[in-house]
Design a protein around this ligand. Sequence first.
Ligand code: XMP
Length: 325
Amino acid sequence: MSNVRPESMERITTEALAQAFIAEQVAALKAQVGDKKVLLALSGGVDSSVVAALLIKAIGKQLVCVHVNHGLLRKGEPEQVVEEFRHQMDANLVYVDAVDRFLDKLAGVAEPEKKRKIIGAEFIRVFEEEARKLDGIEFLAQGTIYPDILESGPVKAHHNVGGLPDDLKFELVEPLKFLFKDEVRVVGKALGLPDSMVYRQPFPGPGLGVRCLGAITRDRLEAVRESDAILREEFAKNGLEGKVWQYFTIVPDFKSVGVKDGKRSFEWPVIIRAVNTKDAMTATVEDVPFALLQHITARITAEVKGVNRVCYDLTPKPTGTIEWE
Ligand code: XMP
């Protein structure tokens, strides 16, 4: 099948166009899949969530979603995936708690690319194990979108569960492969997914693993997760959610001296990053109001265990990449 978006394909900008796309895809998916089963790695990101919702509409319980919790997800994410897909949409969802497996494999590994490789390889291993437990799977659904095919930006391909062994080479189902990100969101909205899923900021495949700098430890990973949750809550409360392209916190693997409750403290700093970009090739720093930064600093130093200092990263890309690893 061609990988070039048909010229006749209209840009999906409205609910009506999205509904037409959905009707067309539902018919095509039914025809392609018949009465067979489809497997999908459901991360909870926009693309895999929209693919899941589309397939649930087309084939219901013939879709088996596998959500792998690798311990590097944001606060509340695994719970939201289970709530939305298992409870709200009544989907066939396998939830895999692989937290210990991933963190044990990553223990002591400080080199960023090595960390990425371990996370990617372990993900395939967990997914393969789950696939082997299931009978009658003939298709693998993927949230590939058009920019992944064009390979236009440095946003790393994270949709492909490539690398599965030969006997598990399923036929691919990629209903979003000609859509741009904004179109995926319009379709997701039309499918009834909540805004918190549809307008979610980009999140890298290796998750918080690349924001817990150096060798990941459970306590420092918790500091990343809790500080990120505070930042997201404050951005949402102050109208910055959906306005700023990507924002998160980083916790480096060094400590600095401070004072807490009248006593000397020796704890980690948290670094805040908030950037805007079109294609992730270059990025500018969001001009976050100073008073809000002060408020977030006060909350993080008071609420996050092991943290006594907060910094704001003022570096555009270039010279700094968006992530720190
Ligand atoms: P950088 O840090 O290269 O990030 O400026 C550009 C965009 O790509 C995301 N990113 C990743 N996404 N796997 C992913 O799926 C990765 O290993 C990865 N590294 C960076 C980053 O969050 C930003 O949106």
